[in-house]
Design a protein around this ligand. Structure first.
Ligand SMILES: Cc1cc2nc3c(=O)[nH]c(=O)nc-3n(C[C@H](O)[C@H](O)[C@H](O)COP(=O)(O)OP(=O)(O)OC[C@H]3O[C@@H](n4cnc5c(N)ncnc54)[C@H](O)[C@@H]3O)c2cc1C
Length: 567
């Protein structure tokens, strides 16, 4: 008897196989803009399906290690990473996944839509980057912060070109040292202090509890300037050089040893993101450069970075969902059950179809957030800024939750093989679970949304978009328009109610439900907009999303029937 060997599932090319991505780009960039993006996207997709997929596996199989001492007893605190991790780092630079929105040439081609192109690059790059997408997000956030006019030009000129370099030999990424052991969500409890030195630099002292990209040459650290008082608003962002090479206090220390006063206590042993070095870091009078005037309350400045990392998080969630779908479909094509192909089984098709609907909605949320960010950065569009205020936390929280639920389903789609390490499938689930945690848990972001809609009128642009989508939906599907109209009415009332007494216990308790409902309605509106432009896939996705997530109906019949269109 011959032994059965399962054919290897081969997922489609992540760019040419993703019709929604391509039609989204055509709409957002126009024919010429999309044509200009095709070369970089095709190149990246080829790298992803070739060397980067191998680098991803290598980085996962060889997690980082911390070397505390050299052979002679000197403290070195060196974080060693794998060849795969280094390959991901080089590819991120080469494909400009951080740099693109800062390049004059790119802005000249795509203007405000440069962020749309960057989103597409990240959508391709992230899912099999061994979570190098995390340092990429933090580097982009740091670059956005350094680009603020209130940041000293000397500091900007020294560091921004390194963050936005496309040369792997000179490009760097950044860490982000905010969370302390006593509180990540509650930054008001931060105890890291900053004191000014005579030369205009500062010295930071404290302990940071979660520092990802612990091997990065710089980090943005939050600290409480001497005499600034209590609370979180006064915390200020500082740039901390991680290595002796960039610290004027280092004297003759070897360039690749930690900057004086920077100690790596240990690396975290984490559920997922295993290739990503996440450390606990101690600071003792560490050299730091202020990003803006520390005398001016700095949390608002730091939020520039946080908004960027939140929209990256949404992209990572949506990109991972799409890639999980591609793998699960490929497996269904290659697997036989009940006398036929799994891919032809109506029940399995319905499962995949529902996942495809969720993936489309997550993609629309992330894509919209990037488009708004671009309009804020290029042209300082005030409407986009008002909408982004609420869309960034909404997109982050909704896609994070969708990604975890979807990842669990993708693992199940592979049966037992999905639970076995060397298939590469289990990490889909492990790596998804971080998405609703870092950069704000679901509840913390829901409270941020509540603040935005009650104190900053951020619900207004959202309701306007929903109302406009009702009109766009009417010719496509009266039932869809009716659903969206009903939900828009319900949300209008809900926002008025919460604004009347935002601190009421019931309002706070309901913040997560409200935020998820707002995000679900927004996703529907965004799919309707794309459908109204002429995309059939978005039309089906909008109808099924509305039924599944707004009316909580079973969509299995339609999902199985429309699977091919939805993927
Ligand atoms: C893999 C990984 C990498 C990370 N990398 C970094 C990094 O590079 N830099 C960095 O600074 N941080 C990083 N973090 C930390 C992360 O940002 C924090 O863990 C996160 O913000 C939550 O903070 P916490 O751990 O203190 O949890 P807590 O804030 O203690 O939250 C515990 C629970 O309380 C809930 N909660 C908290 N406040 C409220 C509230 N007001 N109302 C209702 N519920 C609330 C939360 O939703 C959560 O369920 C990383 C975390 C992980 C898992």
């Amino acid at each position: 008897m011959t032994r059965y060997v399962q054919p290897v599932p081969t997922p489609e090319d992540p760019y040419t196989g993703d019709r929604l991505l391509r039609s989204w780009l055509r709409r957002q960039l126009g024919q010429d803009g999309h044509a200009a993006a095709q070369g970089p996207l095709t190149d990246l997709a080829a790298d992803v399906t070739g060397p980067l997929r191998a680098a991803h596996a290598d980085a996962e199989a060889h997690p980082p290690t911390l070397v505390r001492y050299d052979p002679w007893g000197a403290r070195v605190d060196r974080v060693d990473t794998s060849a795969g991790w280094q390959a991901q780092r080089a590819a991120a630079a080469r494909h400009a996944v951080v740099a693109l929105p800062y390049l004059e040439s790119a802005r000249g081609t795509w203007g405000a839509a440069t962020r749309v192109v960057q989103h597409a690059l990240l959508h391709l790059y992230g899912p099999e980057s061994a979570t190098f997408s995390c340092p990429v997000a933090m580097a982009d956030g740091a670059a956005a912060l350094l680009s603020l006019p209130e940041v000293d030009a000397g500091v900007r000129d020294a560091w921004l070109p390194r963050l936005t370099s496309t040369d792997p030999d000179t490009a760097i990424v950044s860490g982000q040292w905010m969370t302390e052991s006593q509180g990540g969500s509650d930054l008001s409890r931060s105890t890291t202090t900053a004191r000014p030195a005579a030369d205009g630099s500062w010295r930071l002292t404290g302990d940071k509890w979660f520092c990802s990209a612990a091997d990065a040459p710089m980090a943005v650290a939050l600290a409480r300037p001497e005499g600034a008082g209590r609370g979180s608003r006064v915390l200020a962002p500082f740039l901390v050089p991680r290595y002796a090479a960039d610290s004027p206090l280092a004297g003759a220390a070897a360039a690749d040893t930690p900057a004086p006063g920077v100690t790596v206590h240990r690396l975290k042993d984490k559920l997922g993101t295993r290739a990503l070095p996440t450390a606990e870091i101690g600071l003792r009078d560490a050299y730091a450069l202020p990003l803006g005037d520390p005398a001016v309350a700095g949390l608002v400045r730091a939020m520039t970075l946080v908004v960027v990392t939140r929209v990256h998080n949404a992209c990572a969630a949506a990109g991972g969902m799409r890639r999980g779908l591609a793998y699960a479909r490929a497996y269904a094509d290659a697997r036989a059950v009940a006398g036929g192909r799994l891919a032809d089984n109506p029940l399995h098709r319905a499962t995949l179809g529902a996942l495809a609907v969720d993936a489309a909605a997550a993609f629309a949320l992330a894509g919209h957030a990037f488009a708004l960010l671009g309009r804020v950065e290029v042209g300082a569009d005030p409407d986009a800024a008002a909408e982004l205020r609420v869309v960034a936390p909404l997109a982050k929280l909704a896609t994070g939750r969708l990604a975890v639920g979807s990842a669990s389903e993708y693992v199940e789609c592979f049966g037992g093989a999905g639970y076995v390490e060397d298939t590469g499938v289990p990490r889909l689930l492990r790596d998804a679970q971080v998405l609703p945690i870092w950069e704000g848990t679901t509840n913390v972001l829901a409270l941020d949304v509540l603040r935005a809609v009650t104190r900053e009128d951020a619900g207004v642009p959202l309701l306007r978009r929903l109302a406009a989508a009702v009109d766009l939906a009417r010719p496509l599907s009266p039932a869809l328009a009716d659903t969206l109209a009903a939900v828009t009415g319900e949300l209008t009332t809900a926002l008025a109610d919460v604004t009347a007494d935002p601190r009421a216990a019931d309002v706070v308790a309901g913040a997560r439900g409200l935020a998820l409902r707002l995000a679900a309605a927004l996703a529907c509106a965004l799919l309707v907009e794309h459908a109204a432009w002429g995309d059939e896939q978005a039309e089906v996705a909008a109808r099924l999303w509305a039924r599944r997530r707004l009316r909580h109906e079973d969509i299995s019949g339609d999902a199985h029937q429309h699977l091919d269109l939805l993927c």
